[in-house]
Design a protein around this ligand. Structure first.
Ligand SMILES: [Zn+2]
Length: 532
């Protein structure tokens, strides 16, 4: 059994908003136990576990008395997905004044197509080094200047400029620093492809993470013909990238040093590359499960506060110690459990929310945040009516903390709101401790930010009320040892008392936004402010 003691909750003497007492250790433990069981086979997108998860979540929402949240009056929003598996049919071959090199995948590089076609190729295309590959008018930064990169292959640095702390939010990674931005911006400029230069610091993880995806199926929403795509998207080791530049007589470190300045101009490397892939394309459906507690105010009920938590995980994969099931107990059966507990509390609360609260259990987060992307593009109400989004992706399994973590701290007024609520309970909101990792762009709330909706992503705090150091160590071990492995499964040593406190705090945040006089807003100057 997961630990059931509630002693600490009483000992802290906290009284939360009416209704949130429905959030208990048991209400959290039950759904985790089911969703993370081997029966669900790791809830891989498009699998039987995917369908079973959705059926379970819908039945739970119905059982709790929530109404359907999808536009068609059901609990289900279909999410069409395109899977593409690219096999390298001819390896990356480069030619320049220094001779010719053939690079091997996945030792030197990996590559996949950016579009749903059976074959993709670079046929002796010129390579241009474009620094960070960023166009950011508000920072007076444009790496491309007047260079015409149409039909060319761009060699690009990961992350965003770091030399000047006043630019690109200093150490904090902005969306400009995410690898997906590099591909998107290159496609907008008509390039045929991109090679991202891998370094561990600029990625935030080792090259093995990239290699693990070599020739694996990648997922997208159906392609919109008006959105430009790349013939091939590639990612190369630092060593391979250095040799590629040297082939044209260039020193990659010297090129990178120039790229730290606004005056940087793209450099044609004098190198031509060939590469081709054969692609297997398939289409299938998954879905989001949507349920709501309707607002009680006749006017404000048309406005919506959204809570998101993804239910999918990695399914069945390479075994670890003989176990092939990636249960995803913490990631994110636990977030779904918190969502169900919040739905129960909200439905039963005597303090009815004035605005509608939408509970969105979304699919395909692990495949590229696709369920939330589809939802943000196909909201059940106009986007202006969606006033805020809170996201949960993993809850605190290690015991009560003084703090609660917030990814996206300071980006919008939800931070101040959460801080005020936390202070009421003698707690505080802890900003992201690893701002260079870009976690704000790596879970479902990001798709709400992209359509301008102020959002925040709650995480477990680290300031444990008891056994501070040992619990911090156990929490840190989750990321290094359990995260995205078959070992993320139910652990009888877990202590959900902290998760109860966190989820009750989130309940207050939801209710407070749902009843507030004013809409949440972005912090002036934030990268998403202009989208609202
Ligand atoms: Zn997750």
């Amino acid at each position: 059994m997961l630990r059931l003691s509630c002693l600490l909750l009483f000992a802290t003497g906290l009284v939360t908003a009416q209704g949130s007492e429905a959030i208990t250790v048991d209400t959290l433990a039950g759904p985790i136990r089911f969703l993370a069981s081997d029966l669900l086979e790791g809830r891989g997108v498009g699998s039987r576990g995917d369908e079973l998860s959705r059926a379970y979540l819908e039945s739970q929402f119905r059982f709790l008395g929530l109404g359907p949240g999808a536009a068609d009056g059901s609990y289900h929003q279909a999410v069409p997905i395109v899977g593409i598996k690219s096999k390298i049919s001819a390896p990356l071959a480069a030619e320049g004044q220094g001779g010719a090199i053939t690079f091997e995948g996945p030792t030197d590089f990996t590559a996949w197509t950016g579009r749903p076609s059976p074959e993709s190729r670079w046929d002796g295309l010129p390579v241009v080094f474009v620094g960070y590959g960023i166009t950011a008018p508000e920072q007076q930064w444009n790496d491309f200047k007047d260079a015409d990169v149409k039909g060319k292959v761009l060699l690009v640095m990961n992350n965003d400029p770091a030399a000047d702390p006043t630019l690109f939010a200093g150490k904090t990674r902005l969306y400009y620093g995410r690898w997906s931005y590099k591909y998107e911006e290159a496609a907008r400029r008509g390039a045929a492809g991109v090679i991202i230069i891998h370094t561990d610091p600029s990625a935030g993880y080792p090259f093995q993470v990239i290699q693990a995806g070599h020739e694996q199926e990648k997922f997208n929403l159906p392609f919109d013909p008006s959105t430009p795509t790349l013939e091939i998207e590639a990612w190369a080791s630092n060593d391979a990238s250095t040799r590629l530049a040297a082939l044209g007589g260039h020193d990659l470190d010297a090129l990178r040093a120039k790229a730290e300045s606004r005056d940087f101009v793209p450099v044609d490397l004098g190198v031509k590359v060939k590469l081709s892939t054969q692609n297997t394309v398939r289409e299938f459906h998954s879905g989001n499960v949507l349920a709501k507690v309707a607002g009680s105010d006749p006017i404000l009920a048309s406005e919506v506060v959204v809570l998101t938590a993804h239910f999918d995980h990695l399914g069945i994969g390479p075994p670890k110690d003989g176990d092939p099931i990636y249960n995803g107990a913490l990631d994110n059966a636990s977030g779904c459990a918190a969502m169900l507990a919040l739905a129960k509390a909200m439905e039963r609360s005597p303090l009815r929310p004035k605005r509608t609260v939408l509970f969105a259990a979304v699919t395909a987060e692990e495949s590229g945040l696709l369920g939330s992307l589809h939802l943000a593009k196909n909201l059940p109400v106009p986007v202006k009516k969606v006033i805020a989004n809170f996201n949960i992706d993993g809850i605190n399994m290690w015991g009560p903390t003084e703090d609660i973590g917030m990814i996206g701290h300071g980006k919008n007024s939800l931070t101040a709101l959460a801080e005020e609520i936390a202070a009421k309970y003698g707690r505080r909101v802890q900003p992201d401790q690893e701002p260079d990792k870009g976690l704000f762009y790596r879970s479902d709330h990001f798709n709400f930010a992209r359509v301008g909706v102020p959002c925040a992503y709650f995480k477990a705090g680290g300031d444990f009320l008891e056994k501070r150091d040992s619990r911090r160590r156990i929490k840190a071990a989750y990321t290094t040892t359990y995260y995205h492995t078959p070992k993320d499964e139910i652990d009888e040593r877990w202590n959900l008392e902290g998760a109860v406190l966190d989820t009750r705090l989130i309940f207050d945040c939801l209710l407070s936004v749902a009843n507030a006089d004013r809409h949440p807003s972005w912090t002036p100057g934030d990268e998403f402010e202009k989208l609202r």
